[in-house]
Design a protein around this ligand. Structure first.
Ligand code: FE2
Ligand code: FE2
Length: 201
């Protein structure tokens, strides 16, 4: 049996940091995403350890306020577009990826990419990015009709769940009369086109 020690070794400092910097409710969400990402990795053939890392790191910056997120994004050299300037919360994914690297030496490009993509997505998401995007939606502590739609879609395929997540985001933004980030549209269009290609072959 493979030793669990390397897994436990990297995890404890992250849990200590999260306990200091994140409210307990958000910690439950993060642990739920970690667990769900591992399960999805096992189901869809990705590396469970990378999935666990992406899950545990994904919301490091979630509870930074707007001013701090903008400052961190500037400090870390992250480009800020007009929609992110209007809603700095959207920057927490990219800031979390950079902090995972800075604070915990996370260097795996697929893990960092998945963290950076977990809120807005992008076109051509790799498997780990799809897993984290969906895990963030369907982890067990999340409830609601929108979440159930993504869960039901995941029963068909991971990509169906990515599409459902992007659809729900767009519908909620339209209802709230808020701007839709172009990357959310790219995610939706890419998932839709990829599913259509699969269906026709
Ligand atoms: Fe997040
Ligand atoms: Fe999250």
């Amino acid at each position: 049996m493979q030793s669990l020690l390397p897994y436990l070794d990297w995890r404890q400092p992250v849990l200590d940091w999260l306990t200091e910097n994140v409210p307990p409710k958000r910690l439950i969400h993060i642990l739920g995403v970690e667990k769900t990402a591992i399960a999805l990795a096992e189901r869809y053939g990705a590396d469970p350890q990378r999935a666990a890392q992406a899950g545990l790191f994904h919301d490091l910056a979630k509870y930074f306020g707007a001013t701090r997120l903008l400052q961190e994004a500037q400090r870390l050299g992250i480009a800020i577009d007009p929609i992110q300037l209007q809603s700095p919360h959207l920057l927490h994914a990219e800031v979390s990826a950079m902090l995972a690297k800075e604070l915990f030496d996370e260097c795996d490009p697929s893990v960092l990419g998945a963290i950076a993509n977990h809120t807005l997505g992008n076109a051509d998401l790799d498997l780990l990015s799809q897993i984290l995007y969906v895990a963030d939606w369907i982890e067990p502590s999340r409830h609601g009709e929108d979440v159930e739609k993504v869960r039901r879609a995941e029963a068909h395929s991971l990509l169906e769940a990515v599409l459902a997540g992007a659809d729900q985001t767009i519908l909620e933004l339209v209802t709230a009369r808020r701007a839709i980030h172009p990357r959310t549209l790219l995610t939706r269009n890419w998932a839709l086109a990829t599913l259509a290609t699969k269906e026709s072959t």
